[in-house]
Design a protein around this ligand. Structure first.
Ligand code: ACK
Length: 302
């Protein structure tokens, strides 16, 4: 996620206002881990209200200054986001007397990507689950658009919209999460070194981001949203299998190659994806237009 400039700045005063003392946290079961950090489930005690379940994101190596700065930047950007139902909330941060920890809203259903994998497995046994659950996924896509509209209204660009970064909270509400850690890791070249292929955002990136001068606008998020629609229709499969490398992808896109139409979506839904993948970002719809098209055609998947 970026606020105007790609680096973003670290506002220590802002962070201090949101400090949570680590003694208020009791954790926790490991929810998952990436190249640089892990996420654990924990309980946060609150002075005046009931304890609340949270997710705590921490760095594996607190001495890694680059990763630390990236996490602090991520925090500041999340604080700039303000409140929106479809953007994962940051409750606070622990930065004194121990490793840096981000205290986040807990998403009880995990990532949309995991949910899609589960749905794929279920649908092999019984195909009717797809039609029965269609409205849930339609609704989630509308919610992600609402989150994107909110970010655009704050002049924020997420830069890593993908099923793995959409978290699903209670009642199935979709929330945009993962503000920058994955992207910052990519920016400093770690993805390749670690062979962390799944974290590579290249296949979700608009052509203007794939080029050397890496330009990102809210329209680049719309491109990625198109890839997200494709992920849903493909039940969490990875896009462009076998096609690796920014140059190869960029050349293919410039030569009008696009992800093929998934079997499990209507022509109209595929047309919407193709709109999101207009090479020239000026001709791409914005998140509001995409949301309105989704709402007008609520049976596009499965
Ligand atoms: O796909 P998952 O089940 O959902 O596995 C990943 C893992 O941690 C690494 O990112 C999960 N995760 C991340 N943030 C949260 C959160 N706020 N609440 C619940 N699970 C989370 C994510």
């Amino acid at each position: 996620l970026a606020a105007g400039s790609s680096s973003g700045s670290i506002d220590m005063e802002l962070l201090k206002e949101r400090e949570i003392h680590r003694s208020r946290l009791q954790g926790g079961q490991l929810l998952g881990e990436g190249a640089f950090g892990h996420v654990v489930k924990a309980t946060l005690t609150q002075p005046e209200t009931d304890d609340v379940v949270v997710a705590v994101k921490k760095l594996k190596d607190n001495e890694d200054q680059q990763a630390r700065q990236a996490l602090l930047r991520e925090t500041c950007i999340m604080l700039l986001c303000g409140n929106h139902d479809n953007v994962l909330k940051l409750k606070g941060i622990c930065f004194r007397d121990g490793p840096l920890q981000l205290v986040l809203e807990y998403a009880e259903h995990g990532s949309l990507l995991h949910l899609l994998w589960t749905l794929r497995a279920e649908s092999k046994l019984n195909r009717t689950v797809l039609v029965n659950k269609r409205h849930i996924f339609e609704n989630m896509m509308v919610e992600v658009c609402c989150g994107l509209e909110h970010l655009a209204s704050r002049r924020l660009v997420h830069r890593d919209i993908a099923a793995r970064n959409i978290l699903i909270c209670g009642k199935g509400t979709a929330k945009i999460a993962d503000f920058g850690l994955a992207r910052d890791m990519y920016a400093v070249g770690y993805h390749r070194q670690d062979g962390g292929k799944d974290l590579l955002p290249l296949k979700w990136m608009a052509p203007e981001g794939l080029k050397n001068e890496a330009r990102f606008t809210h329209k680049s998020d719309v491109w990625s949203f198109g890839v997200l629609l494709w992920e849903v229709a493909q039940l969490g499969r990875t896009p462009y299998p076998g096609m690796e490398g920014a140059d190869r992808l960029y050349d293919a896109l410039q030569n009008h190659f696009r992800l093929p139409r998934p079997q499990l979506c209507t022509d109209e839904r595929y047309q919407l994806m193709l709109q999101c993948w207009k090479f020239n970002e000026k001709t791409r719809p914005d998140a509001t237009t995409v949301r309105q098209q989704l709402e007008a055609d609520p049976n596009g998947f499965f």
